[in-house]
Design a protein around this ligand. Structure first.
Ligand SMILES: Nc1ncnc2c1ncn2[C@@H]1O[C@H](COP(=O)(O)OP(=O)(O)OP(=O)(O)O)[C@@H](O)[C@H]1O
Ligand SMILES: [Mg+2]
Length: 360
């Protein structure tokens, strides 16, 4: 599973660009602000969700452009050979995402059937110290890479919860039939979300525990917060109506979960680990997850690693490239200097700058 060709139109700093990439390492180098992360973000839009910046669609359309954007890709390798994926917006509907698979309109969730993507960005350095929402989204991406159907449950669950909160907040007695229907949906999708998260965390924890000790610290994982009890979620919601009305939001369900990560050897919460240790934990987690995805889906996920090399010491950097190279799959890397990638071996080398991407 690789992105062999990537075509951008009015995406961020690019009026129009075409990028050819081989399997294996794809290394993007260029100065600060050159447009490297923009390219990784474009690739990340080939999956469901809001991409690696979590940005609004309107922000992605190039300033000074017509108001819409397009990201298109041709895939290569295995069952996805020759598959064409496309996504974007139009100037008429800059906040409505359109998706095409082999030319036919499709849902964003369906993209996950073709590509599984994992990313690591500098913004994720704060994953362990900031709020639970970021960790939930991270966890959902881990699940999604294994179970593409997860995206559907998450989007239906979110929509039903917004509707329920609105209904409970409205003046006067709520429409009970509608409330019942929303809670049934929340119960079904919520249960599915919680079960899928638990499956992924269990499998990932097992995988990490079985790995030999390497240069990246081992993480211990646990889901905290709301956990499915003996009572079905739909019952919890029905009985929690008065409580939720008073709180102004829904208090039961997987949107109240958190992914607790700790440094296994030190038995210390990740939030308390050093900056470097947190980075290594996250890296170890993502690498183990890539192995898990490869095992489950029979294809390695595409990895988008924004500026991972710059912050590692030379020993860890060499260990990272060695491990990535040995496990195979397509890995997109960015950095300001080519020297950061010395010793990487064969790669698609791309120079980024001035709205242009060229082989170097
Ligand atoms: N919608 C947009 N339209 C036009 N330009 C944009 C838009 N969004 C972002 N940019 C510009 O894209 C440029 C490149 O951003 P990008 O984050 O890809 O750089 P980078 O190469 O990753 O830099 P760094 O090494 O600092 O991380 C920025 O200068 C930014 O102003
Ligand atoms: Mg960048």
């Amino acid at each position: 599973m690789t992105v062999a060709r990537l075509m951008l139109t009015d995406f961020r700093s690019y009026a129009s660009a075409t990028i050819a990439a081989g399997p294996g390492f794809v290394v993007l180098t260029g100065e600060n602000g050159a447009g490297k992360t923009n390219i990784l973000e474009a690739v990340s839009m080939l999956g469901p969700g809001r991409g690696l910046r979590g940005a609004a669609l309107a922000e992605m359309a190039r300033e000074g452009g017509a108001g819409g954007f397009a990201v298109a890709a041709e895939l290569a390798g295995g069952a996805s050979e020759g598959v064409r994926l496309g996504t974007g917006t139009t100037p008429q509907a800059p906040e409505r995402r359109q998706v095409r698979i082999n030319g036919a309109a499709a849902s964003a969730a369906a993209l996950g059937e073709w590509l599984s993507l994992l990313w690591l960005t500098p913004a994720m350095d704060r994953l362990f110290t900031e709020g639970a929402e970021g960790r939930r989204r991270f966890l959902d991406r881990l699940v999604l890479a294994i179970e593409p159907g997860h995206a559907h449950h998450v989007s239906r669950y979110d929509a039903a919860m917004r509707a329920r909160n609105k209904l409970l907040a409205a003046e006067g007695p709520p429409d009970i039939a509608w409330l019942d229907a929303l809670e049934i949906q929340l119960g079904q999708h919520g249960q599915a979300i919680a079960e899928a998260r638990a499956r992924t965390v269990t499998a990932l924890a097992r995988r990490i525990a079985a790995e030999p000790q390497g240069p990246f610290a081992r993480a211990a994982l646990m889901i905290e917060g709301w956990l499915p009890g003996a009572r079905p979620l739909v019952e919890e919601l029905r009985q929690g109506r008065a409580r939720d009305t008073a709180a102004g939001r829904t208090l039961s369900g997987p949107h109240r979960q958190d992914l607790a990560v700790s440094h296994a050897a030190k038995q210390q919460p990740a939030a308390r680990a050093s900056t470097g240790e947190q980075k290594a934990l996250l890296l170890g987690l993502v690498l183990a997850h890539a192995d898990l995805v490869a095992e489950r889906r029979g294809q390695r996920p595409i990895l988008l690693m924004d500026e991972v090399a710059a912050h590692l010491d030379p020993v860890r950097r060499a260990a990272l490239f060695d491990r990535l190279g040995r496990s195979g799959g397509q890995i997109w890397l960015t950095g300001t200097e080519r020297a950061l990638f010395d010793g990487i071996g064969e790669a698609s080398w791309l120079a980024v700058g001035g709205g242009v991407v060229e082989p170097r």
